[in-house]
Design a protein around this ligand. Structure first.
Ligand code: URA
Ligand code: CA
Length: 447
């Protein structure tokens, strides 16, 4: 087989065989196929697209390019969740103990934050003593005993995806639905998931800006899962505003703990319950979504989800007293309110802008190597649809930064809010559900 013939076949719009795709990915991973040929192929895919069979073949070739997590020792259906990157999205911290308390084992590998989106591993490090680096044996044992564990990514998973993603980044070929879908799914499958729940964000703060594109990406990922025998469901959720009220590491841990106490922000709790209901159904612990939702609501009300979080934190060496008293988490030296400039109604809150503002305060990383300040961030006091009076706080900044930085961030957060003189409806939280049976568009934002 010659690489140039495979590139030409794709360029001319023909379907590649599984053998041809494996040949490319194996050769590229080994360094035998050079970047310039893979770049030409990626550009051909960008213009010609890929069939569902090709996309599934590419996904599995990338899975085979590295290590694969073996979760077979853990009984039950292992369900994993992936979010395409939100602001103030603390759902993982809620969902992991919630699902475990409802009997679905969760063996989760998470990442660190980059740019305007946060990472679960950074958030967990706000809990004193919490170990995010466990050995494989410790990880598996903990999931068997406690029902859940969250660790940082380590090991050589999907090296072909890492290499190809880096190449796409500099050849203007990131924005191809089959390439994005196979990239995301290869990582979830290599992490050992039997079933996958995808949270595809849509709107201003999201990777996919329009609902139609978000649905197309979701359909491509669900098709891959179906093709390779991992049941996959995707929810399209809104990013018209940050999901929870808190953006920042210790602040988000606090909000997740409050939500497990039944006192979280309604948006965060609602989205977590919706995602969790699908995960419970995928995990075989509920017959349908109605039953799933009532089980999860009960696990919050009876305190078992919170108790499960404590168990998880204890098992990973963390200080469980912060679960009882989140006030003990590290906090910033100053809190600066952001007042509304006029009376009105909140029409929009640019999530990406708020995320970048929090990053400037030190809550996130501009580059992979940057240090973060776990204590700082932004807490929203108003959401889209809320009425505000002039001078009332729209948000507050939790800061350790010098005055000039604070002033600059305050101006940015003020600008991220759009106020309207007329009442504004609260936006939907969930726009659509994509399963192997098709797309269901939702009007009211619930499923
Ligand atoms: N996120 C990924 O992991 N891969 C892509 O290709 C795009 C976004
Ligand atoms: Ca720590």
């Amino acid at each position: 087989m010659r690489t140039v013939d495979v590139i030409q076949k794709k360029r001319d719009g023909h379907e590649l065989t599984e053998a041809e795709i494996s040949f490319l990915i194996e050769g590229y991973t080994r360094g035998e196929i050079p970047d310039y040929q893979m770049a030409a192929w990626a550009m051909a895919v960008y213009f010609q697209g890929m069939t569902a069979a090709e996309t599934a073949s590419l996904t599995m070739a990338m899975v085979r390019s590295g290590e694969q997590m073996d979760l077979a020792a853990i009984p039950g259906i292992k369900v994993d969740k992936h979010s395409t990157g939100g602001v103030g999205d603390t759902t993982s911290l809620l969902l992991v103990p919630l699902l475990a308390a409802a009997g679905v084992p969760v063996a989760k590998m998470s990442g660190r934050g980059l740019g305007h989106t946060g990472g679960t591993i950074d958030k967990l490090e706000a809990i004193p003593g919490f170990r995010t680096e466990l050995s494989r044996e410790e990880f598996i044992e903990q999931v068997k005993e406690v029902g859940a564990s969250i660790i940082g990514q380590s090991g050589n998973f999907t090296p072909a995806d890492k290499k190809l993603y880096g190449l796409r980044d500099v050849t203007a070929t990131v924005n191809s639905i089959p390439l994005i879908a196979s990239s995301i799914m290869s990582k979830k499958i290599a992490a050992g998931a039997d079933a996958i729940l995808l949270d595809v964000k849509t709107g201003g703060g999201a990777f996919m800006k329009t609902l139609d594109d978000s649905i197309r990406l979701a359909e491509a990922m669900v098709a891959i899962g179906t093709e390779v025998g991992r049941e996959t469901v995707a929810l399209i959720t809104g990013m018209e505003q940050p999901l929870g009220n808190s953006i920042g590491n210790a602040l988000e841990v606090k909000e997740a703990i409050e939500a497990l106490h039944g006192k979280g922000s309604p948006r965060l709790t609602e989205v977590a319950l919706t995602l969790g209901s699908h995960m419970l159904r995928l995990g075989g612990k509920a017959a349908d979504l109605t039953e799933a939702r009532s089980i999860l609501s009960e696990r919050i009300a009876d305190g078992l989800a919170l108790a499960k979080l404590k168990e998880l934190v204890a098992a990973q060496g963390g200080d469980t007293s912060v679960i009882d008293d989140p006030g003990k988490l590290t906090s910033a030296s100053r809190v600066v309110p952001i007042p509304a400039q006029a009376d009105g109604f909140v029409e929009a809150i640019e999530a990406e802008e708020v995320g970048l503002a929090a990053m400037t305060l030190g809550a996130g990383r501009a580059t992979k190597e940057a240090e973060i300040d776990l204590a700082v961030g932004i807490v929203l006091h108003k959401g889209v649809g809320d009425a505000v009076k002039k001078g009332e706080a729209l948000a507050e900044l939790h800061v350790n930064s010098p005055d000039d930085v604070v002033a600059q961030v305050a101006a940015r957060v003020t600008k991220a809010f759009t106020l309207s003189e007329v009442p504004v409806e609260k936006p939907a939280l969930v726009y659509a559900v994509v399963t192997k049976d098709g797309v269901e568009r939702l009007a009211g934002g619930r499923s």
